[in-house]
Design a protein around this ligand. Structure first.
Ligand SMILES: C[S@@+](CC[C@H](N)C(=O)[O-])C[C@H]1O[C@@H](n2cnc3c(N)ncnc32)[C@H](O)[C@@H]1O
Length: 272
């Protein structure tokens, strides 16, 4: 749930062969990329992973629950690619793919500054140019997990993973999605449900002038989609920020996130 009011989106006609939401999200993320540079720099400089908008420690999440060392890994919607950097430093052979050329400019600069080199591809995480069974690990932190169509990227992740491979992704929690007001001007998340849970899938926020398209699923739908795509669900971690943590995102409040989860991490394993 990312809303800003000071952008004017543009579209590029050369992208006509991409699905509409992918074209819209490329324009949206190229506009927003400058706002994500500082966070990218901070996270690249950090050795210990922290997750989500409050920076929950890895020990509370266990996002990297398979030792990444020696594994082939892909980050789907890598943005500034700090999750890929954390995987590379833990010994993974990692590839990042992202739909925004401008996000990848930041990622490539940070690679140079930190002396890490791994492939960064411009592309759509729903159709990744790698053969079947190329990876042991697929991850997404607010990348494909929020901005790509789950009915396309989850089967694609299953195709890319080897049997026994691990999928880990983080996105907004169902409850946060249901309780955030339509308009940022109406204040942050509160304790009332604002929209139906049944039928949830694609959403555009009325005051997001970047024109971005998000995708949210109810938990039953995630479980069915993962299972029919060839995964077993191993865990659903509902993130609780530590007391005293802070976020730069106005739509969420620590008091709310201490009582209800604002983010969820799914851990699923490709069936052997
Ligand atoms: C909030 S960033 C998350 C990435 C990373 N964790 C970070 O914070 O830099 C969301 C990223 O998802 C990318 N994205 C959106 N739709 C995508 C798609 N269909 N395929 C690949 N990347 C996509 C955007 O370009 C953007 O860089």
């Amino acid at each position: 749930m990312r809303r800003r009011t000071d952008y004017a989106p543009t579209m590029n006609d050369e992208l006509d062969d991409l699905p509409e939401h992918v074209r819209l999200n490329r324009a949206s993320w190229d506009l927003a990329a400058a706002d994500y540079v500082a966070a990218g720099e901070r996270c690249w400089a950090a050795d210990e992973p922290t997750w989500g908008i409050f920076g929950v420690p890895e020990a509370d999440v266990r996002f990297f629950r398979d030792d990444p060392s020696g594994k082939d890994a892909i980050e789907l919607g890598c943005g500034t690619a700090y999750v890929s950097a954390w995987l590379a430093r833990r010994g993974a052979r990692v590839v990042g793919i992202d739909n925004s050329p401008k996000q990848l400019v930041t990622a490539r600069r940070l690679q140079r500054e930190h002396g890490l080199d791994f492939p960064l591809l411009l592309g759509n995480a729903e159709t990744v140019p790698y053969p079947d069974a190329s990876f042991d690990v697929a991850v997404s932190e607010y990348g494909a997990a929020l901005w790509a169509d789950p009915y396309a990227w989850i089967p694609e992740a299953a195709r890319l993973l080897r049997p026994g491979g691990l999928l880990a992704f983080l996105t907004n929690h169902l409850l946060a999605y249901l309780c955030v007001p339509d308009l940022e001007a109406d204040g942050p998340v509160d304790e009332r449900l604002k929209r139906p849970m049944f039928g949830m899938h694609r959403i555009t926020w009325p005051d997001d002038e970047t024109g971005g398209v998000e995708f949210h699923l109810a938990h039953g739908d995630w479980i069915r989609l993962l299972r029919t795509s060839g995964f077993e669900v191993e865990d659903l971690v509902e993130l609780r920020p530590p007391e005293g943590s802070t976020t730069t995102y106005d739509w969420m409040r620590l008091e709310w996130a201490r009582d209800w989860p604002c983010e969820e991490v799914w851990i699923a394993r490709k069936r052997a």
